[in-house]
Write a protein that binds this ligand. Sequence first.
Ligand SMILES: Nc1nc2c(ncn2[C@@H]2O[C@H](COP(=O)(O)OP(=O)(O)O)[C@@H](O)[C@H]2O)c(=O)[nH]1
Ligand SMILES: [Mg+2]
Length: 338
Amino acid sequence: MALIEVVGAGARATVGRLLEAGALPDDGRAAHRWLVDATGARLDDALVVAWGTATAPRIELGVHGGPAVVAAVLAALGEAGARVVPSAALPLFGAVDPIAASAWRRVRRVRTAGAMRVLGAAWSGALQRSVTAALATGGEPLERLVRDSARVDAWFRPVRAVLVGPPNAGKSSLFNALLGRERATVSPEAGTTRDAVDDRGVWNDRVVHLVDTAGDAPPALLLARADVVVAVGAPPPAVRPGTRVIPVVSRVDVEPPPPDFDGVATSAVTGQGLGTLRDAIAPPIDAPVGPALFTRLDRRLLERVRAGDEPAGRRLRRRAGDGVVRPGWRLSSGEQND
Ligand SMILES: Nc1nc2c(ncn2[C@@H]2O[C@H](COP(=O)(O)OP(=O)(O)O)[C@@H](O)[C@H]2O)c(=O)[nH]1
Ligand SMILES: [Mg+2]
């Protein structure tokens, strides 16, 4: 499916020219309609949804997603008087508070269910209500919001993990096995991986940015940015404080780990230890959290509120709006269903 939005004062009249029969649905309603070009030839059948106010209408056309269909409908809309712009250039629909607007902008990028839940609380209005309550009463509601907001980054921010170790230690094989795909080149010839290769995976409902390195000396910048260094087959290089180090041996299907080895024993061939290694790199996040602030700006404002900064409180209250977020749309029902 493709969703085409027609906005602006002339939206209803413009889309009206494309309807073969029937009228546009009323505001907040949906209808099935045939779309035609200027000669009356049918282009596609569409789900037409009307939104917005009389002065700022917004019509959504749900058409079939084939590129030729979309091009034909856009061309007909152009002939009917519309100008085609990328959807990112459009303003958000309706009266949306800044916190809900941030949530909308992030939706298309998040990869975890936890992040979706956090964003969902922002456009259902639950987050705005909890901000309003926290600002009004302080105390426990405020502390809870601070606590929960401090925890949600784990769902939004990737864990940056770098695989290091001597040539032929099995790094590239582990990289592929952890991600479940063949991305890095594996070879019995030492020195096959020349440049760092990186890719993202999701496990334990967390995004992991994994980097496979080559040679004995991984680039300092990669190490400096790493949250986790996975040291395969040799002691780890020096890392900055705060970077976690996970000692790993691989190929344990052919070479058992040294008797005194204190780390994760893995095999890319049998899969042994891969679950343990995934959990060590990105541990699962346990308890569910209530509504939480997910932008750095809002969290900073909340910290200042806690320190007694009243302007920060007013600003946060403005960002939360009145807690009334856009209403959901309703399909026509009963005899109105056409
Ligand atoms: N039997 C076995 N062979 C492995 C395993 N992991 C890697 N190898 C082999 O060891 C060699 C080097 O692996 P590679 O992943 O390229 O090591 P890297 O140089 O550290 O990236 C290749 O021939 C792999 O097929 C493993 O878990 N078991
Ligand atoms: Mg390699």
